[in-house]
Design a protein around this ligand. Structure first.
Ligand code: HEM
Length: 444
């Protein structure tokens, strides 16, 4: 008889769904610590294995990656991204990935650095010492603006910001609570949540199709992602990408490319405010490397501590806190049989806080990334950007952006939690601060 991996006993009908729904992060963490490297769960009739060993993550993402597709929950919840890079599969995905790749090459990305610093500088120029701001909202606007300008060559108007921000927030809220991204009611059912979601998507569609139309009409080659995708011709038919495919890719990059980075920064501000000794050391480095000027791409190799701060922040608050796969054919993981159709969850939140790999895992200690201990880590004990062929295409973009924005802003301001502000992580599509993050600004 096949042995199922151990796991918490569930309820008759819903299995473990309600316990998961109540507290995604706590539930998965407790399961991992109690039941080990492979945990068997059930959400209603869906069998789910939670994988908690770096080797198992590597097996799924790298060694046997062709046996897995995105999880069923993700296919449903991210269905509005159509056939974009995040959600497509097989040879179609491979082709699109190859086409988009040049927009994310090192040299290309270096050219975006100037825009990042300029936009961040412009934002802090409007900040006043002593004022209380929702820093998470600010980070969201900033990163959205950066994606829009660097990859699509468009400055967004203030009204458009509000629209895109609201629409994306509606979409994110849709996946909070219940089964989150792992268990969803199909979108076709007209629940109030699904209707709100459809309206939000229509608004984003209108904006994105507008951008595509304008660029087609101007015929300009701006050298950005949009131009690259527009210039593509099929080798056999000579045809270009349809507007619908361009829309899917654009929607994907808007979503994947802004909220993740915004979250990384928001959590970093919070952690710095709670750890003045880290904040001082960060400021010391900025003063030493930059003196009285803004950072530039060329400074990145010298901003070593700044980089460690971001790395440590994404360990404790990984913007992509978990993701899933579905097995196409039977396989074996950690000695357990995995039947075709099993859903697999890998959680950065759980792994990044595993005491087997991190000393004092709950502590914010950027130094751990510079004292040699990180070299001992198994590769997939830290995987904020995933891995294997489906590794985040925006990884270098995001790493550069977080360091440059942090350096630009921290040179000018110190941030303190607003009085009475309690911030809790909300595991939606990304790990966001529930109710934003209000902070008091102090000019340096
Ligand atoms: C801190 C910031 C970011 C984090 C933590 C992050 C995380 C991730 C992760 C974990 C995946 C893999 C998902 C999976 O395998 O199922 C992914 C994929 C992806 N990310 Fe990111 N990401 C970030 C920033 C960005 C940025 C800035 C962009 C674009 C400008 C971007 C675009 C994408 C795309 C298009 C994919 C799908 C790639 C593919 O499957 O070929 N991401 N990201």
């Amino acid at each position: 008889m096949e042995v199922r991996p151990p796991g918490p006993k569930g309820r008759l009908l819903t299995g473990n769904l309600l316990d998961y729904t109540r507290d995604h992060l706590g539930f998965l963490t407790r399961c991992a610590r109690r039941y080990g490297d492979v945990v068997g769960l059930r959400f209603v009739n869906v069998h789910v294995y939670l994988l908690n060993h770096p080797d198992h993550v590597e097996y799924v993402l790298v060694r046997n990656n062709r046996n897995f597709v995105k999880s069923r929950g993700e296919r449903i919840s991210l269905g509005f991204l159509g056939n974009g890079l995040l959600t497509s599969e097989g040879s179609f995905w491979r082709r699109q990935r190859r086409l988009a790749q040049p927009a994310f090459h090192r040299e290309r990305i270096a050219a975006y650095g100037g825009v990042m610093v300029e936009r961040a500088g412009r934002m802090v120029a409007g900040w006043r010492s002593g004022e209380v701001r929702d820093v998470h909202e600010d980070m969201g606007r900033l990163t959205l603006e950066i994606v829009a300008r660097t990859l699509f060559g468009v400055p967004l108007r203030p009204a458009e910001f509000e629209e895109v921000g609201d629409a994306l927030a509606t979409i994110s809220r849709r996946f909070t609570g219940r089964g989150g991204v792992f268990f969803q009611v199909p979108e076709k059912i007209p629940t109030p949540g699904n209707l709100r979601m459809r309206r939000a998507i229509r608004r984003l569609d209108a904006l994105i199709y507008g951008i595509i139309r304008d660029r087609r009409a101007s015929g300009e080659d701006a050298g950005d992602l949009l131009s690259m995708l527009l210039a593509v011709r099929d080798e056999e038919t000579g045809e270009g990408m349809t507007d619908e495919q361009l829309r899917d890719e654009a929607m994907t990059v808007f979503l994947a490319g802004h909220e993740t980075t915004a979250n990384a920064l928001s959590w970093t501000w919070r952690l710095l405010a709670e750890h003045p000794e880290v904040e001082s050391r960060l400021f010391e480095e900025l003063r030493e490397v930059l003196a009285d000027r803004s950072p530039a791409v060329e400074d990145l190799p010298q901003l070593r501590y700044t980089d460690m701060v971001v790395k440590e922040s994404m360990r404790l608050y990984p913007p992509a806190w978990a993701f899933g796969r579905e097995a196409l054919a039977d396989c074996e993981i950690g000695g357990y049989h995995v039947p075709a159709g099993t859903q697999l969850i890998m959680s950065q939140w759980v792994m990044h806080r595993d005491p087997r790999y991190y000393e004092e895992p709950g502590e914010f200690r950027p130094e751990r990334w510079g004292d040699g201990s990180a070299e001992q880590l198994p590769k997939y004990a830290y995987f904020p950007f995933g891995g294997g062929p489906r590794l985040c295409i925006g990884q270098s973009f995001a790493k550069m952006e977080t360091v440059l924005l942090l350096a630009t802003i921290a040179r000018k301001f110190r941030l303190h939690p607003a009085p009475g502000e309690r911030v809790t992580p909300q595991p939606s599509i990304t790990l966001r601060p529930k109710n934003g993050m209000r902070m008091v600004l102090e000019r340096r």
